[in-house]
Design a protein around this ligand. Structure first.
Ligand SMILES: *Cc1c(COP(=O)(O)O)cnc(C)c1O
Length: 390
């Protein structure tokens, strides 16, 4: 399906709403029926229509169709956050006694689900270095029911060979889930590479304006329908109609936002590579990135996130760099219009900072929609300020 068709037309039956170009926000929790027979039909299988907005809602339905098509999948569910999508997806695939193989360093709240919550229900997880497919194979057990991927991750961008892991899992009848937030379906379509369930934090690029939280889960009609009828309705963490409308609006510009951010990111990366105060750069489409070849083969692009290891002699220097930025805002998250900086040392107690641990001098940058030269000038003055402190 044509990307322009998906973004501008798919699911938009304008004749049902006065030919309005922007879809309506159907701000209703509830839907009425003319006959007992019609009500009974939907109570039997809520998937098929509009009964109650914890399940289906017309505004959200338009969004679901677009998000499924973007992934090349058959259906989608939209949640109130990416974390909710992760929770429902994982919960749907495990039962007591099962084992999960998860890529090392997944998104922090995915890791906490595997480490803190699932063990309470008798589900164990093995974390593996996902840069080698053989590591997944070696970790499998007779009761492994799920392989959980995130390629690339959103700090140091380690990749997995998505098609190879999908093939391994299929040969063992193990379900695969991938967190595709970094690439979005525009730069990577894991469903078409054989992954069973794809999820994204739509809070990031799909929304694109730092004004709503959301999560997306896509897969085959059969899998999504089963999750809808169980975890989705039971957890009750579906997106609200207004937030779905914000995502529809965000989608209109997704392609050009990613393109702009990708172009600026390339410019910023090539400038950073020449700067003596930057020791190392992590960016998957940088030819010096250790998995560059896999990234170039598997991903159609990369935008926004780039992590630098500062050539810093102290915590004070890392902090001086971050505190001196004038246009990059210091914050978690990413994917909006605004450029951001996030220092890894903010996750550490000050006394735990070790100048010899390269991870402690990492600063993740997100390159938003500002002009690249404007951002480079900001980085330049902040790197200079960094050199002025002990
Ligand atoms: C932000 C993020 C999530 C969680 O999404 P929320 O919308 O914040 O709940 C999951 N995975 C990745 C890679 C993320 O960056």
């Amino acid at each position: 399906m044509d990307l322009s068709y998906i973004i501008n037309e798919l699911g938009e039956e304008r004749e049902h709403y006065f030919n309005a170009i922007a879809p309506p926000i159907v701000q209703s929790s509830n839907f009425a029926f003319d006959t007992v027979a019609a009500l009974r039909d939907l109570l039997l299988d809520e998937y098929n229509g509009f009964l109650y907005s914890r399940g289906n809602n017309p505004t959200i339905d338009i969004l679901r169709q677009k998000l499924a098509a973007l992934d090349g999948a058959e259906d989608a569910l939209v949640f109130s956050s990416g974390a909710a999508a992760i929770f429902a997806a994982v919960l749907s695939q495990v039962k007591k006694g099962d084992h999960v193989v998860c890529v090392r360093d997944p998104y922090s709240w995915a890791r906490r689900l595997f480490e803190n919550i699932l063990p309470r229900f008798g589900v164990d997880t093995t974390f593996v270095d996902g840069t080698r497919t053989a590591n997944f194979e070696a970790a499998l057990r007779p009761h492994t029911s799920l392989i959980y991927l995130e390629s690339p991750n959103s700090l140091t961008f380690e990749l997995q060979d998505v098609a190879a892991v999908a093939q391994l899992a299929r040969s063992r009848h193990i379900t695969t889930i991938i967190d595709n937030s970094y690439c979005t379906p525009l730069y990577q379509q894991p469903y078409l590479a054989g992954i069973d369930l794809c999820l994204q934090s739509a809070t990031k690029f799909i929304s694109g304006h730092s004004d709503t939280m959301a999560g997306v889960l896509t897969g085959s009609r059969d899998r999504i329908r089963r999750i809808f009828a169980s975890e989705f309705l039971n957890i009750g963490s579906g997106i609200a109609p207004f937030n779905a409308w914000l995502l529809l609006r965000g989608l209109r510009t997704l392609e050009i936002r990613l393109q702009r951010s990708a172009d600026s990111t390339r410019k910023v990366v090539s400038w950073l590579k020449t700067h003596p105060r930057v020791r190392k750069i992590y960016f998957p489409l940088d030819p010096d990135f250790p998995q560059y070849e896999l990234a170039a083969r598997q991903m159609k692009g990369a935008a926004g996130l780039v992590t630098i290891q500062l050539n810093a002699g102290s915590r004070g220097q890392v902090e001086a760099f971050c505190n001196s930025l004038q246009h990059f805002l210091m914050a978690v998250s990413w994917g909006g219009h605004e450029s951001l900086a996030f220092p890894a040392c903010a996750t550490l107690r000050t006394e735990d900072f070790d100048v010899n641990d390269p991870r402690h001098s990492l600063v993740r940058l997100y390159i938003g929609l500002e002009d690249a030269d404007y951002l480079v000038a900001d980085l330049e003055q902040a790197l200079k300020k960094m050199g002025e402190v002990e």
